[in-house]
Ligand binder design. Structure first.
Ligand code: ADP
Ligand code: MG
Length: 503
C-alpha cells in the first residue's frame, strides 16, 4: 500500500474549505479584527509546501489592544463576579463544542500542522476537550486555609486565613507541535482560576486556536476574557512578554526561546511557567516484555514524527537484549508508511516546516559525522512536503550532539547498558528532565529507577500519553511549573493571607 505524500484538498469538509478561504482575523475584546497595520502572513500545508490560508499578523499595537481588553475583562464584574460554578459550566460548554466540532478541528489541524488525521482528531482535539472539561472542574474547588493565631502581644486573639486569587492577565505562548491541545492546556487552568488570557499560537500553526476562539465566543465567555493574537514570536510574542499589564507568561516551546522569555519577563517581575525541551530516555531492562517494549519504544519517538516534547529520543537497552530490541525498532521504522495526514493509509506525516526539516536533517548529518551508524532511515525523501524518514542511529558516544541535544524529529539514538547505576547516570546526563519511560517486569527495579530519574514524569510499561489529571512539566532545563492537573491551576493563582484581630 502506498500513501499520497501531498494532501488531497478534495477530501476536505466544506466547512474547513470555507474556513481556509476566508482571511482569519484576531480576536480582541470579543470582536474579530484585522491587524492594525493590515498585515497578514501565510499558512503553509507541510505536506506540499503550498500556501493554504492567510491570517492577520499582529504587531505590538494589536497585542497592546488585546492586553487592554483582557485587563478590562479581568476587572469587569461579568467575569470577576461570576460564580465559580458558572465559570465551570462555561468551560464544560467549550469542551462540548470542541468535541462536537472534532472532525472539522481535526482537518484544520492536519492541513496546518501536517499531523495524521487520527492524531489530529483523537489526540489533539479530543485531548483538548478532555483537558478543558477536567480542568474546568477545578473552578469550583479552589480553597484557601485557616489558622488560629495567638498574637505575639498580650490579650489579642486573632484569626488568619488564606484566599486564592487569580493572578490577572495571562499571556499564553504556545508552539506548533500539538497546537489545539496545548492551547487548551494553557487556557483551561487560567480560566478555571478566574484569569483572562491573551493567547498567541505559533506562527506555523495559527488556525486551530482561531477556531477555538470562535467556539469560546459561542460558548458565551464574556468579551475580552479570551483574546487570540496570531503573529511572529519576535514581534507579537515579545510584545506580550514585555507588556507591563500582563501578570503572567505561560510558555511552551524550545529551551532557547524559554530562556529568552524568562529573562525578558524578569523586567516586570511576571510570574512565569515554562514547559521546554526534552531528551527523554526509553529504558528497556532485559526482563521486560520485549515485543511490547519494541513497539512502545518505536511509537515513543515516531509518534507525530517525533514532534512531541516528551518523545523518547534516547533508547537504552540492557546489553543482552540490545541487538534484538534495536533491530526490532529499526524494522518498525522501515515499515512505517510516510504520507500526508488526510490520507488514512499514512503512518508518519511530514514535519511542520521547511526549517524543521532542515534542522532535523542537519542533526542526522552531524550524528554520522560524529561516528554514528544509520540503521534505518537517514536519507532524504523525494517530495515537496517536509518529510524526514524515521531514523535510528547506533554507535553514538554519550557526549555526541545527537545524544545530548533535542532534535524534535523522528530520530532515535540507541545505546546498550549493563546495570541500573550506569543507565541512571546516562539517563540523567543531559540538561533536560522532562520525561522517561521504563520497561521492566521487576517491581523492585521499577520502583528503584523511578526514584532516581530526574524528570517530571515517568511512564512504566506503557508509552507516556498525557492525561488531564496528571501534571506535565520539567525538572532542570526542561522548565518549571506544570500543565494539567490541579498543579496547573495553582500556577494561575496568587495567595493572599488575611490576619484579623477579634476585639
Ligand atoms: P521554534 O524553535 O519552532 O522557533 P519556539 O520555541 O521559538 O519554537 O516557539 C514557540 C512559541 O514561542 C511560538 O509561538 C513563537 O512564536 C514564540 N516565540 C518565539 N520567539 C519568541 C520571543 N522572542 N518572545 C516571545 N515569544 C516567542
Ligand atoms: Mg502551518
Amino acid at each position: 500500500m502506498v500513501a499520497s505524500l501531498a494532501n488531497d484538498f478534495g477530501q476536505l469538509r466544506g466547512d474547513v474549505r470555507n474556513y481556509l478561504d476566508c482571511e482569519r482575523r484576531l480576536l480582541i475584546g470579543g470582536e474579530w479584527v484585522p491587524a492594525s497595520s493590515g498585515a497578514t502572513f501565510p499558512v503553509i500545508d507541510p505536506s506540499s509546501g503550498k500556501e493554504i490560508a492567510r491570517v492577520a499578523e499582529a504587531g505590538a499595537a494589536d497585542v497592546d489592544a488585546a492586553v487592554a481588553a483582557a485587563r478590562k475583562a479581568f476587572e469587569d464584574p461579568a467575569w470577576r463576579g461570576m460564580a465559580p460554578e458558572a465559570r465551570e459550566r462555561l468551560l464544560w460548554r467549550l469542551a462540548d463544542l470542541v468535541e462536537q466540532n472534532a472532525d472539522e478541528l481535526g482537518q484544520i489541524e492536519t492541513v496546518d500542522n501536517g499531523m495524521l488525521g487520527f492524531v489530529a482528531r483523537n489526540l489533539n482535539v479530543m485531548g483538548a476537550a478532555g483537558a478543558i472539561r477536567s480542568i474546568g472542574g477545578w473552578s469550583s474547588k479552589i480553597f484557601g486555609k485557616t489558622a488560629d493565631i495567638v498574637a505575639p502581644f498580650p490579650g489579642a486573639e486573632c484569626f488568619g486565613y488564606t484566599v486564592k486569587e487569580p493572578v490577572g492577565v495571562v499571556g499564553a505562548i504556545i508552539p506548533w507541535n500539538v497546537p489545539l491541545m496545548l492551547a487548551s492546556w494553557k487556557l483551561a487552568p487560567a480560566l478555571a482560576a478566574g484569569c483572562t488570557v491573551v493567547l498567541k499560537p505559533a506562527e506555523q500553526t495559527p488556525l486551530s486556536a482561531l477556531r477555538l476562539g470562535e467556539l469560546a465566543v459561542e460558548a458565551g465567555f464574556p468579551p475580552g476574557v479570551i483574546n487570540i493574537v496570531t503573529g511572529y514570536g519576535e514581534t507579537a510574542g515579545a510584545a506580550l512578554v514585555e507588556h507591563p499589564a500582563v501578570d503572567k507568561i505561560s510558555f511552551t516551546g524550545s529551551t532557547v526561546t524559554g530562556k529568552l522569555i524568562n529573562r525578558a519577563a524578569t523586567e516586570t517581575v511576571k510570574r512565569v511557567t515554562l514547559e521546554l525541551g526534552g531528551k527523554s530516555p526509553t529504558i528497556v531492562f532485559d526482563d521486560a516484555d520485549i515485543e511490547t517494549a519494541i513497539g512502545g519504544a518505536a511509537d515513543s519517538i515516531f509518534f507525530n514524527a517525533g514532534q512531541v516534547c516528551v518523545a523518547g529520543s534516547r533508547l537504552y537497552v540492557q546489553r543482552r537484549r540490545f541487538d534484538e530490541v534495536v533491530s526490532g525498532v529499526a524494522d518498525h521504522a522501515n515499515r512505517l508508511r510516510l504520507g500526508a495526514g488526510l490520507d488514512p493509509e499514512s503512518q508518519l506525516g511530514p514535519l511542520v516546516s521547511h526549517d524543521q526539516q532542515q534542522r532535523v536533517s542537519g542533526y542526522i548529518r552531524v550524528g554520522t559525522e560524529e561516528g554514528a551508524e544509520v540503521i534505518a532511515g537517514g536519507k532524504p525523501v523525494d517530495a515537496d512536503g517536509y518529510y524526514v524518514p524515521p531514523t535510528v542511529l547506533v554507535n553514538t558516544k554519550p557526549t555526541s550532539t545527537v545524544v545530548q541535544e533535542e532534535i524534535f524529529g523522528p530520530v532515535l539514538v540507541a545505546m546498550p547498558f549493563d546495570d541500573i547505576d550506569e543507565v541512571v547516570a546516562q539517563a540523567n546526563s543531559t540538561i533536560y528532565g522532562l520525561a522517561a519511560t521504563v520497561w521492566s517486569n521487576n517491581l523492585s527495579t521499577v520502583h528503584r529507577i523511578v526514584r532516581r530519574l530526574r524528570c517530571g514524569k515517568v511512564s512504566v510499561n506503557t508509552g507516556g500519553f498525557p492525561h488531564a489529571t496528571l501534571p506535565e512539566g520539567g525538572f532542570k532545563q526542561s522548565g518549571f511549573g506544570r500543565d494539567l492537573g490541579y498543579e496547573s491551576v495553582l500556577g494561575y493563582l496568587e495567595n493572599k493571607s488575611v490576619l484579623i484581630r477579634l476585639q
